[in-house]
Design a protein around this ligand. Structure first.
Ligand code: SAH
Length: 218
């Protein structure tokens, strides 16, 4: 169990076709998602469903994002290989793996120790190299800023100021904004110059909340 078999590859190709039908057209995203073995990120009890376009529970009351959501956020970055990307909310590490596979230099933050530890072990085992931090995503990673792109994979009640400041000029922050009791609006916030950010709404999504207290809860 766990190996990447012909069956997994076939299921993955079907998932890619389904994503294409849902207007994911960035070939870099589709190619990356066709390469990442999503079944390795799930509990073995969910392995059979790994290539359905659905979210699933992972440890610590969190979820692995739906493939469509991962594809949508990755595509919304509009970046080329070599770009520097920060992810908030590593979770089990699937989105991070997709970003590495797209050729980005990836940095990812997770606030729950059990998930941080899980992804820290799994990603290198699958051959994915990135910088992982255990800490509070609201603070970003100032030492490695600026970033060409930032993806937040949990619902934020408002836009964290530190993340706006850590964007490179021309860079984009992809973030679902709203309370966790309702759907959130995905936003792309592009930094057009030193003191100017432009906001676009990209549609409704549903995420687990971005939480404030490090090392608490879950
Ligand atoms: N990117 C993941 C999605 C994980 S769900 C994937 O590929 O499937 C969202 C994650 O955000 C959870 O693991 C949660 O613990 C984490 N999270 C919530 N608040 C956070 C914060 N303030 N800083 C960092 N991570 C946070």
């Amino acid at each position: 169990m766990g190996n990447d078999t012909h069956k997994h590859k076939g299921q993955r190709q079907q998932l890619i076709d389904a994503l294409r039908a849902k207007e994911i057209h960035d070939e870099l995203v589709l190619k990356a998602m066709n390469a990442v073995p999503r079944h390795r990120f799930l509990d073995s009890s969910f392995e059979a469903f790994a290539y359905r376009d659905a979210a699933f529970p992972i440890r610590a009351d969190q979820t692995i994002s739906q493939p469509y959501t991962v594809a949508f956020q990755s595509q919304s970055l509009r970046l080329k290989p070599g770009a520097k990307v920060l992810e908030i909310g590593t979770g089990c590490g699937y989105q991070a793996a997709v970003l590495v596979e797209m050729g980005f230099k990836v940095f990812s933050i997770e606030r729950q120790k059990s998930l941080f530890d899980f992804a820290k072990l799994l990603l290198p085992k699958l051959g994915y190299r990135l910088h992982q931090k255990f800490g509070d995503g609201y603070l970003g990673m100032p030492t490695f800023a600026p970033f060409d792109g930032i993806i937040v994979t949990a619902a934020a009640p408002s836009v964290p100021q530190a993340l706006l400041e850590q964007l490179a000029i021309g860079g984009a922050l992809i973030i679902p904004i709203g309370e966790d009791t309702e759907d959130q609006v995905m936003h792309r916030i592009t930094r057009s110059d030193e003191s100017k950010w432009e906001r676009e709404s990209l549609g409704l999504f549903r995420f687990v909340p971005m939480l404030k207290d490090v090392n608490r809860g879950g």
